[in-house]
Ligand binder design. Structure first.
Ligand code: C2E
Ligand code: CA
Ligand code: CA
Ligand code: CA
Length: 275
């Protein structure tokens, strides 16, 4: 215990300073990594629930921070967003993923996550178009995943970008659907190519009647809208079987595969052959 009767701020200050320094050093490392493109990308399979045929891969960014080890993307992407680094990083991932996808069979698509700041940055649609033509990937083989948060700062121009991307022939998936500030209004405002159901619903589906009802409603909604629906975070055969019964068309999760290193993809494609 403290004996000097001082203010608690003296007690907290060293820890606070440490926190600030930590944040600063993380940011410095991240800046360096962005400048050098010192990231990896892993790819997680997305499969057809009925046939288990491979439909595509989602590209997931990986950062091994020197001296620390892997940092979860949720964490460093937020920092990259705040520091204005996400556009450069996002463009890198996009190009990386498109290059990878060129060598896959044409029925296998690639899904890439896109941040709001990227969508709002001027010329984003042109950037996507130029990457696609540079690497020689058919636009229809690319799907961009955006989260509902895009509609939070309902910047009208985001809708314009989405329209331009769709005209380009790129798929647009609504990620983490049902999770955020969901207003069903924007399903009317824009025609998405896919809804991705968040992991949390899938996890609770088997144990919670209400989660089950929500998943079922989303699957039906997607069917009525004529858009594909992917369940994320499928970990057990029971979950898969419930999703099949509901009519959910696609699934992704540890049951099928963890995110994979790019080098593991060609052997997988050879193994499953021309299904
Ligand atoms: P997300 O887009 O919702 O990606 C799905 C996350 O669920 C991934 O986490 C994936 O590894 C994880 N996952 C997949 N199957 C299962 C499962 O069966 N069980 C469980 N518990 N988890 C599963 P990850 O790779 O840690 O990525 C987290 C988030 O970081 C992503 O969530 C996405 O929002 C963001 N992110 C990742 N890569 C990028 C990127 O290149 N750009 C942007 N803007 N965001 C990215
Ligand atoms: Ca995603
Ligand atoms: Ca998601
Ligand atoms: Ca997520």
């Amino acid at each position: 215990a403290r004996r000097d009767g001082g203010q608690s701020v003296c007690f907290y200050e060293p820890r606070l300073r440490l926190l600030v320094e930590e944040q600063r050093s993380l940011l410095a490392d991240l800046r360096r990594a962005v400048a050098r493109h010192a990231f990896g990308v892993e790819y997680q399979p997305i499969v057809d629930t009925q046939t288990l045929a491979l439909r595509g891969f989602e590209a997931l960014l990986r950062w091994h921070r020197p001296g620390y080890g892997p940092v979860p993307p949720d964490r460093f992407i937020r920092v990259a967003e705040e520091a204005g680094l996400i556009c450069e990083l996002g463009a890198w991932v996009l190009e990386q993923a498109c290059r990878e996808a060129v060598s896959w069979p044409s029925r296998v698509r690639v899904a890439v996550n896109v941040s709001v700041s990227q969508l709002e940055s001027p010329g984003f649609a042109r950037q996507v178009a130029s990457i696609l033509s540079k690497v020689g990937l058919e636009p229809s083989r690319l799907e961009l995943e955006i989260t509902e948060s895009i509609f939070m700062d309902a910047n009208a121009s985001s809708f314009g970008v989405l329209e331009s991307l769709r005209e380009l022939g790129v798929g647009i998936a609504l990620d983490d659907f049902g999770c955020g500030f969901s207003s069903l209004g924007f399903l009317r405002g824009f025609s998405f190519s896919k809804l991705k159901m968040d992991t949390t619903f899938v996890r609770e589906m088997g144990i919670d009647r209400r989660a089950h009802a929500v998943v079922s409603a989303i699957v039906n909604l997607a069917a009525e809208l004529g858009v594909a629906v992917t369940a994320e975070g499928v970990e057990t055969p029971q979950q898969l079987s419930i999703l099949r019964q509901m009519g959910c068309t696609q699934a992704q999760g540890f049951l099928f595969s963890r995110p994979m290193q790019p080098a593991a993809i060609p052997p997988l494609l050879d193994q499953i052959g021309g299904e």
